[in-house]
Ligand binder design. Structure first.
Ligand code: SF4
Length: 192
């Protein structure tokens, strides 16, 4: 099975509980005003990977608590993302998925792959980014409408206590900077 990837990050604490392998998928039709990841919107961009190869890469990273899917929109590639999520859970890793859809919108789709992905997700963080509701007071999210949906008993609301939004800036040997996490990206761009 193939998955279209925008970016991978093997270890970060910026996108869910603990150290996580992050997978930004390519392609999003939600078109949220103020989205800072517009380059992930085209469905025909990014890099195509086999899910088996990607899972092999995930398995080679030591001491991670789980994997996180971000966008782009993971639920617009639900078959491939569900396959990876199931493999990760079977290997003892937790699965966090961000989506611009609400949980209710995903259920109403009644699509087998969407339901499989929901069944293989421990923590769903749902809802579009709404610029008018910009709010950085909760971890990993940028607008007040977005919700934490605990779909299994792996995580609970209390696991989020004390976690604040953070941003990490990585500088590659060639000087290229990579900003990751949640914060006021307009201010960060000015600093950089
Ligand atoms: S769902 Fe996420 S990636 Fe898609 S437009 Fe909204 S903020 Fe951007």
């Amino acid at each position: 099975m193939k998955i279209q990837i925008y970016r991978l990050l093997e270890r970060t604490k910026m996108a869910g509980p603990g150290w996580r392998f992050c997978i930004w998928v390519q392609g999003c039709s939600r078109r949220c005003e103020g989205c800072v990841a517009r380059e992930t919107w085209p469905h025909n961009g990014g890099t195509e990977m086999r899910t088996g190869d990607l899972f092999h890469q995930i398995s080679s990273v030591p001491d991670i608590e789980g994997i996180t899917f971000l966008g782009g929109e993971p639920f617009e590639q639900p078959g491939a993302v569900a396959a990876l999520a199931k493999q990760a859970q079977a290997a003892g890793l937790s699965v966090v998925a961000f989506t611009g859809f609400t949980y209710e919108e995903l259920l109403v789709m009644n699509h087998p792959h969407v339901l499989q992905l929901l069944n293989a997700t421990d923590l769903l963080i749902d809802g579009p980014f709404i610029q008018a509701q910009f709010d950085l007071n909760r971890p990993w999210v940028g607008s007040a409408n977005q919700r934490y949906r605990f779909l299994t008993d792996r995580y609970q609301e209390s696991d989020l206590a004390g976690i604040t939004n953070q941003i990490e800036v990585r500088i590659a040997p060639n000087g290229k900077t990579l900003v990751n996490g949640m914060g006021d990206f307009a201010e960060i761009q000015k600093l950089l």
